[in-house]
Design a protein around this ligand. Structure first.
Ligand code: AR6
Length: 366
């Protein structure tokens, strides 16, 4: 148990020091305070635990940590520590308590120096998990980091652009509605999965007007990015339907999030809803190119709780992107349609060949 406690101390003191690194180096007094509070809490936990043992439960982590660097691993693990104290308070034998407390304190102090030094060397003074961090400072620091450094900050697994293949037709296809343009075809991908994982310049968010987060893809983006995203969003004074607003992406592998608000469909799609959805795609693309972002991924905007029928939305999405690329192909390297549901995947697989048709393969001379 003493061993468990010392491991806890190492984790907690290490993660606590995340927020300390950027400023002055002499942090010992606050650390010691913290450690002593922790020891005190441990002691209480020991005393009040029904079976005479304090247990530490690490909740399932975000799955993040596999690739995002050990620093994040430590910080997340410490965040998810939960004290469990059983039911009734029963006195422990005093010898056990004293021995336990002495052991815990020694282990805590011994772990302190190593963990602090380790933390100072491993982390570039940035805490993306704390809502007390300054979002502007975090955003600037992230922007100035090279890819390797940024990867240490990701709060989720990532998929690099090289792993996202350019779309090629498979299965059913539709009658072409546009001319074959192989240059444009090279800029299109269909990705099935979680948009928050994509390590690209920008991802679009199907947000609501408040921009303060919600469910669906919006919730996933806010969870992945961490609390600073909401802080920046709160400065944007909301967003009207069809508009787009850009923020940093914080703990996400993408560099920026472009938030847009899709139309809500109550009964059926009218001209107003269709125009609003077109505006969403157009304004996201325009925001990306205006900010020199060369890759952008879209979820199926409005087709979740906002009720836009997916088989109608796919046509608006593909047509708007096709027409934008025709005018601005030199400004974008890749537009990724990110689908989450099998039904949407099938829909896009079928419809892509209408908007981005392939040339017929050369005939064999044999
Ligand atoms: N990655 C990619 N696509 C996703 C993900 C994900 N992680 N999660 C869901 N989707 P919705 P809306 C797909 O409801 O209809 C929020 O509460 C999902 O399968 O997220 O525009 C906002 O705050 C669907 O195909 O967005 C708003 O209040 C698509 O994303 C409201 O929902 C959009 O579904 C916006 O509703």
């Amino acid at each position: 148990m003493v061993f468990q406690m010392s491991r806890l101390a190492a984790r907690v003191s290490l993660s606590k020091s995340v927020g300390f690194i950027s400023g002055t180096e002499n942090r010992w007094p606050s650390h010691l305070n913290f450690i002593s509070r922790l020891a005190h809490r441990s002691f209480h936990a020991l005393c009040s635990e029904g079976r005479g043992s304090a247990s530490i439960k690490a909740l399932p982590s975000r799955g993040v940590l596999r690739k995002a660097g050990r620093w994040e691993k430590v910080s997340t693990a410490s965040k998810s520590l939960h004290w469990q104290s059983g039911g009734a308070v029963k006195p422990l034998r005093s010898g056990m308590v004293v021995l336990g407390a002495v052991g815990v304190s020694a282990a805590l102090l011994a772990s302190l120096r190593t963990s602090t030094l380790h933390a100072m060397s491993a982390r570039p003074g940035l805490n993306l998990d704390s809502e007390n961090s300054d979002w502007k400072e975090a955003k600037n620091k992230l922007c100035s980091m090279d890819k390797e450094k940024r990867r240490e900050m990701y709060r989720v697994d990532f998929i690099p652009l090289e792993k996202i293949p350019v779309w090629s037709p498979s299965g059913d296809s539709c009658k072409p509605q546009y001319q074959v343009n192989e240059e444009l075809n090279k800029k299109i991908s269909l990705f099935t999965g979680d948009i928050t994982k994509l390590e690209i310049d920008s991802i679009a968010n199907a947000a609501n007007k408040t921009l303060l987060g919600g469910g669906g893809v919006d919730g996933a983006i806010h969870r992945g990015a961490g609390p600073l995203l909401k802080k920046e969003c709160a400065t944007l004074n909301s967003c009207e339907t069809g508009e787009a607003k850009i923020t940093g992406a914080y703990g996400l592998p993408a560099k920026y999030v472009i938030h847009t608000v899709g139309p809500i469909v109550h009964d059926s799609v009218g001209e107003r809803e269709e125009q609003a959805l077109r505006n969403c795609y157009y304004n996201c693309l325009h925001t990306a190119t205006k900010n020199h972002l060369r890759t952008v991924a879209f979820p199926c905007i409005s087709t979740g709780v906002y009720g836009y029928p997916p088989e109608q939305a796919v046509e608006v999405a593909l047509r708007t992107v096709r027409e934008y690329l025709e005018q601005n192909h030199e400004k974008l390297d890749r537009v990724i349609f990110c689908v989450f549901l099998k039904s949407d995947k099938e829909l896009y697989e079928t419809m892509l060949s209408a908007y981005f048709p392939r040339g017929s393969p050369p005939k064999s001379k044999l």
